[in-house]
Unconditional design. Structure first.
Length: 304
């Protein structure tokens, strides 16, 4: 072997070793990128596949949850954990209206068996649940909400991954919505008057994940999403005085409950600097969460 060949061989080997070390050092970032790529690809492919419909899981009252799911089932575990947070008398949960809604039996519950919110069958389950819930919502009471409870995951995703899945869930719901988007609600998400709508009803929604640690109000052992029809706020905040008093109380409880300061994204709907989408999914630090969509997809059902 000539000196040139030997030199070339040694140089190639050194380059290979260097590249190997660079790849190893950047492995976490590479794996996150690959994971994100395949997650987006999975969502794009599955969203095009017709959903095999199964009998819809109707929203259950708390009595029906206890009747259908005995202790030891994953559904009962998810429910009991949710209830334990709301009814803790030592560490009072800041959303006092959620606690009132539970105690007055105004809430109903829907269950999904994984916490991957981008799964089409979970999107369909929630759509069926909301469709069944809305005609009865007013009769349930002034603190009503639909609560989505997921099976606890021993290997939870990151906060960022849950945020991406959450928006895929809302976008998936928009695609199978059977009613037009309300004319008085903008389609552009980055707007002070935007809010999520389904079946013609505006909602405020809040998500809690097992990945949240510092923002305790957004932590849950099993992923939880609460859907509140926005008309309940017209009742609760019927006067400026009631709104001011209620928000002041909630903020005071937030300051005691969360180890980090109250999020600056919590603002009044409709104020010029307020964006409701930022309030749906609060990060585990005081940085605004991002939304991957400028607008949610139009209904494919109505377009057919």
């Amino acid at each position: 072997m000539s000196l040139v060949q030997i030199s070339t061989f040694v140089l190639a080997g050194a380059i290979s070793v260097l590249l190997g070390k660079m790849a190893l050092n950047n492995l976490p970032a590479i794996m996150r990128g690959i994971s994100g790529f395949f997650s987006d690809a999975k969502y794009n492919v599955e969203s095009k596949i017709p959903i095999i419909r199964t009998p819809s899981a109707k929203p259950l009252t708390r009595a029906q949850v206890k009747e259908q799911y005995p202790e030891g089932t994953w559904q009962r575990t998810a429910y009991d954990e949710y209830v334990s947070v709301l009814t803790d008398e030592e560490l009072i949960f800041p959303c006092i209206y959620a606690t009132k809604g539970f105690k007055s039996d105004d809430q109903v519950y829907v269950f999904i068996d994984t916490d991957d919110l981008s799964t089409p069958r979970h999107i369909q389950t929630l759509a069926d649940g909301l469709t069944d819930y809305l005609p009865n919502a007013h009769a349930l009471g002034p603190n009503t909400s639909l609560v989505l409870l997921a099976k606890q995951n021993e290997n939870p995703s990151s906060v960022e991954e849950y945020n991406a899945q959450f928006w895929k869930l809302l976008d998936g719901l928009a695609k199978i919505d059977k009613k037009p988007w309300p004319k008085n609600i903008p389609r552009v998400i980055d707007h002070e008057r935007w809010c999520f709508c389904f079946a013609g009803e505006p909602f405020f929604t809040v998500i809690q994940t097992p990945a949240h640690q510092q923002r305790r109000t957004r932590h849950a052992k099993g992923l939880t999403i609460v859907f509140q029809p926005k008309w309940i706020f017209d009742i609760l905040f019927s006067t400026d005085a009631k709104r001011t008093a209620a928000l002041s109380k909630v903020r005071a409880l937030l300051a005691k409950y969360d180890p980090i300061p109250v999020s600056p994204d919590l603002k009044n709907y409709g104020d010029p600097d307020s964006r409701e989408f930022e309030q749906y999914f609060l990060l585990d630090e005081n940085v605004s969460a991002t939304c991957p969509f400028e607008e949610l997809s139009p209904s494919e059902v109505l377009a057919a």
